[in-house]
Write a protein that binds this ligand. Structure first.
Ligand code: F6R
Length: 612
């Protein structure tokens, strides 16, 4: 987590750095800082709190340096405080460094440096980096590429993850960056170069990017970038042009990014479907091109992810098993990676990650690759780390998702996984063409039906107003509705800080019903015609015990039984999560607004979880 920005060029660096940090604040927002080189010395300004607090620092407007690095922090080592904020400098104030990631062996390195006369003022793991660079820099005074060598040697000592930017007072026209297991991109301009943790933060300056691989270093001047691998061998890289529109990264008149992203779903789902599905044609995945022989070789599919992305996997598991007749396990990446899963060359492992940078998901992918499984990444971010590790990659094309709470990425992930399932079923000839055609027709109607579901906003808002002071809210469902309950419950916790649980309705009697008391709020999701009667009975059990109920449904039910009923368009039950989640995303959003919270940047959370 944490966001880093850098600039080297001919313009004043500080406004560009702060602008970039503001766009990266979703990655962390408990402290911020910038370093620029000013007439031969390094200026370092930082403080705890939001990026906008930087404007309050005396002298920040007077900075004129045209090279600088910047950081917005999500604290891991050391509380949010000025001394723990980045950039960090070495003891002699020769180097300034910003870092995203975690240095796992920092204690050991700190002791080594203390033994060599260095002292530390922060509790961070990062502060060892500028000092370690200084250590190697002074040891290799004769080396002609002294700075690059010192940084390379320091990086070789680091265990863990890092994306770093380094300024050195001796080389005021050079910036060096390096990455391992933390994201970093270089944006190319005319007579200027930009660095960022992600593309959207600098998209208003350039659409041409270099992507760094794990272990890469880059040396930048205003008009050149040289790349090196982890052995310091020079390497060449191609510039990638990004098609995202700048307006996709702005709020576009919406109060919050989350609301904008909720309303973008008709469009984002349409983009996900793209040219993969056309009337009367087979689903097109020529880009991965699995044959019947390849697919028949898989006797097990794993879908591995974290949080919302994992819920997308859960939503699709029933369809994948039903249509392809292959057992599917959905697993949490942080569990999967440490429990020696039974996988081999007959396993297909699908990794789902909006950012493509989630540390646990990437580690799980590496593990399954090592065990011989075939790996397929599903990501929203072109060129993200996960896509560079996997054997195959397919993109959701949902457009940039800025709000910390994921909305449009979830519906696009389910849409893409549904297309993938239909493709597998067509290649395997595992179900009738009618069954497949049925779901295909419904997929093409999704954008329209999502727009219809969004029209419930006033009813949702009213119910949110009635219950926003609650301490606990429960979500119930069966089958795919249960998976939506889990996602809705996560969304609510994240942005409203209300305690919430999701239960499979049938499990209620096995314990959780003890929590149901007079006045408690229960949300029911009822979209599967085969399960609706059973779900209605379960809701009756909580109503009998005094619960207030909100029901999201596309079934014929007796509406009078409930406090509020949100009617959504009907669709094929296997893809109903893509529609039924919509009013529940709005529900969390409006509860958070009623409570006056920062919807886009909920406490303790960051968008991209690049640490374990
Ligand atoms: C919840 C949310 C998180 C992410 C999770 C995985 O709204 O956004 O639960 O889904 O951190 O992130 P990605 O998909 O980037 O791997």
């Amino acid at each position: 987590m944490c966001g880093i920005v850098g600039y080297i060029g001919t313009r004043k660096a500080s406004p560009i750095l702060i602008d970039g940090l503001l766009k990266l604040e979703y990655r962390g927002y408990d402290s911020a800082g910038i370093s620029t080189i000013e007439n031969g010395y390094i200026s370092n300004m930082k403080d705890k709190g939001r990026v906008k607090n930087l404007y309050e620092i005396p002298g920040i407007d007077d900075l004129t340096g045209t090279i600088g690095i910047a950081h917005t922090r999500w604290a891991t080592h050391g509380k949010p405080a000025k001394e723990n904020s980045h950039p960090h400098m070495d003891n002699s104030n020769l180097f300034s460094v910003v870092h995203n990631g975690i240095i796992e062996n920092y204690q050991e390195l700190k002791e080594f440096l203390i033994g060599n006369g260095y002292h530390f003022i922060s509790q961070t793991d990062t502060e060892i980096i500028p000092n370690l660079i200084h250590y190697y820099y002074t040891k290799n005074a004769q080396n002609e590429n002294r700075l690059l060598h010192a940084i390379h040697l320091a990086c070789k000592d680091l265990k863990g993850s890092y994306a770093i930017e380094v300024l050195c007072m001796d080389e005021p026209n050079t910036m060096i960056v390096a990455r391992k297991d933390s994201p970093l991109v270089i944006g190319v301009g005319e007579n200027e170069n930009y660095i960022s943790s992600d593309i959207p933060a600098i998209l208003s300056y350039t659409k041409s990017f270099y992507l760094l691989n794990d272990g890469d270093l880059a040396k930048l001047s205003k008009d050149s970038v040289s790349f090196y691998d982890m052995d310091l061998t020079p390497i060449k890289k191609e510039v990638k042009n990004i098609e995202w529109d700048v307006s996709a990264c702005e709020k576009d008149g919406y109060e919050d990014f989350m609301l904008k992203e909720i309303y973008e779903q008709p469009k984002s789902v349409r983009e996900t479907i793209g040219s993969r599905l056309k009337k009367n044609e087979k689903v097109n995945f020529d880009d991965i091109g699995f044959t019947k022989e390849t697919l028949s070789n898989f006797n097990m599919i794993y879908m591995v992810a974290c949080g919302t992305a994992m819920h997308a996997g859960l939503a699709v598991k029933p369809m994948l098993e039903k249509l392809c007749h292959i057992p599917v396990t959905v697993d949490i990446a942080s569990e999967f990676r440490y429990r020696e899963p039974l996988i081999d060359e007959h396993t297909l492992c699908i990794y789902i990650s909006q950012s493509g940078e989630t540390a646990d998901t990437i580690a799980a992918l590496k593990l399954s690759k090592a065990k011989g499984a075939t790996t397929l990444a599903i990501s929203n971010v072109i060129g993200s780390s996960i896509t560079r590790e996997a054997d195959y990659t397919i993109y959701t094309h949902a457009g940039p998702e800025i709000a910390v709470a994921s909305t449009k990425a979830y519906t696009s992930q389910i849409t893409l996984l549904t297309l993938l399932t239909l493709y597998f079923a067509e290649v395997l000839e595992s179900v009738s063409a009618d069954t497949i055609d049925n779901i295909k027709s419904e997929l093409l109607l999704l954008p329209e039906k999502i727009s219809e579901a969004l029209k419930n906003v006033e009813k949702v808002k009213n119910f949110a107003h009635k219950v926003y002071t609650e301490k606990d809210i429960f979500f119930l469902g069966r089958g795919t509705d249960y998976t939506v309950a889990m996602e809705a419950s996560l969304k609510l916790k994240e942005i409203s800080y209300i305690h919430s649980e999701a239960y499979a309705s049938g499990e209620l009697k096995h314990g959780p019903i003890a929590l149901i008391e007079n006045g408690i709020t229960v949300v029911g999701i009822l979209t599967d015609p085969n399960l609706v009667e059973k779900s209605v009975s379960n809701l009756q059990e909580v109503i009998t015990r005094g619960a207030k109920t909100l029901v999201v449904t596309n079934q014929e039910i007796n509406k009078e039984n409930y406090d509020e009923v949100i009617e959504i368009p009907s669709t094929h039950p296997l893809i109903s999560p893509i529609i039924s989640i919509i009013p529940l995303q709005l529900f969390s959003y409006y509860i958070s607004k009623e409570k006056g919270l920062d919807v886009d940047k909920p406490r303790n959370l960051a968008k991209s979880v690049t640490v374990e």
